[in-house]
Design a protein around this ligand. Structure first.
Ligand code: MLT
Length: 270
């Protein structure tokens, strides 16, 4: 895997590249970084596609740039700058949860850069009043108790229930905790404000002119399959696929099936 740093307007974005063939841009969820995609990037699909996993501003190896709020539009514009640096062509996007909000902003603001969208465990609508209150509560928890408390709270939401002694449960918990506890506190606060205040993308996503795949983990508690299925039904031509044995993180919890689903989607486009 090769890491490149792309700089523009006081911003430095890290992008991690592996594989060969047409470019696929991978966008991670909150509060994570490119490492959530490592199983996908080292899968057999890397023989057919070049994966470029971006660390959104303030995450992973991309430094926090001083913003109090990471709006989805701001992060989508960063992604557009990275794509324009890497290629002259439109790219396939695979984007999980917050990454999916960013991908939908990208498709609305820079449609010429996107050739297909795989939207994973995400949604188009904005936060409900209750979810907005939850973002404010998370900010208070973070400031009072630190990142470890955010990591503890997120683990139960991100992963499907598994026995604590299950080696996969332990590995997933360790990988996620490592990512969350490496984030600057300022990044988590800026993400939470951006997530809380993000606009509804229902209408713009419904009218995209490119192939759309909506994927969700069978046990996802954040964007449950019943919700994603109803959403996909409103997007003309979109396919909806449920990944078994996974919660909110199918690319980490069941990478074999996740990779199969992606490969099938792309082979239908070729
Ligand atoms: C994510 O996984 O990116 C978050 O759960 C998104 C959210 O909380 O809306």
């Amino acid at each position: 895997m090769e890491t490149r740093f792309i700089s523009f307007d006081q911003t430095r974005i890290a992008v991690h590249i592996a594989g060969r063939g047409p470019l696929v841009v991978l966008l991670h969820g909150y509060p994570l970084d490119h490492r959530m995609w490592l199983d996908v990037m080292s899968s057999s699909l890397a023989g057919e596609r070049t994966f470029a996993a971006i660390d959104l501003r303030g995450h992973g190896q991309s430094p926090w740039c001083g913003d109090a709020m990471h709006t989805m539009d701001l992060m989508a514009d960063d992604v557009s700058a990275v794509i324009r640096t890497l290629t002259d062509d439109a790219v396939d996007i695979v984007a999980l949860s917050m990454g999916g909000y960013v991908a939908q902003a990208l498709a609305a603001r820079h449609p010429e850069l996107v050739s297909s969208l795989a939207l994973v465990d995400t949604r188009a609508r904005g936060d409900t009043a209750e979810q907005r209150d939850g973002r404010d509560a998370a900010m208070q928890t973070l400031q009072r108790e630190g990142r470890a408390a955010i990591a503890r709270a997120m683990l139960t939401k991100l992963l499907a229930p598994r026995p604590e002694v299950d080696p996969l449960a332990q590995l997933l918990a360790a990988r996620l905790t490592t990512m969350i506890e490496a984030l600057p506190v300022e990044t988590i606060l800026a993400d939470l404000r951006g997530l809380r205040d993000r606009p509804d993308r229902t209408e713009s996503t419904k009218s995209v002119q490119i192939p759309v795949l909506v994927v969700v983990g069978e046990h996802d508690a954040i964007t449950p399959p019943a919700e994603t299925e109803a959403w996909a039904a409103e997007i003309p031509g979109a396919r909806h696929v449920i990944v078994p044995d996974a919660g909110h993180m199918p690319p980490m919890e069941n990478p074999t099936e996740f990779v199969r689903v992606l490969g099938e989607f792309w082979s239908g486009l070729d």
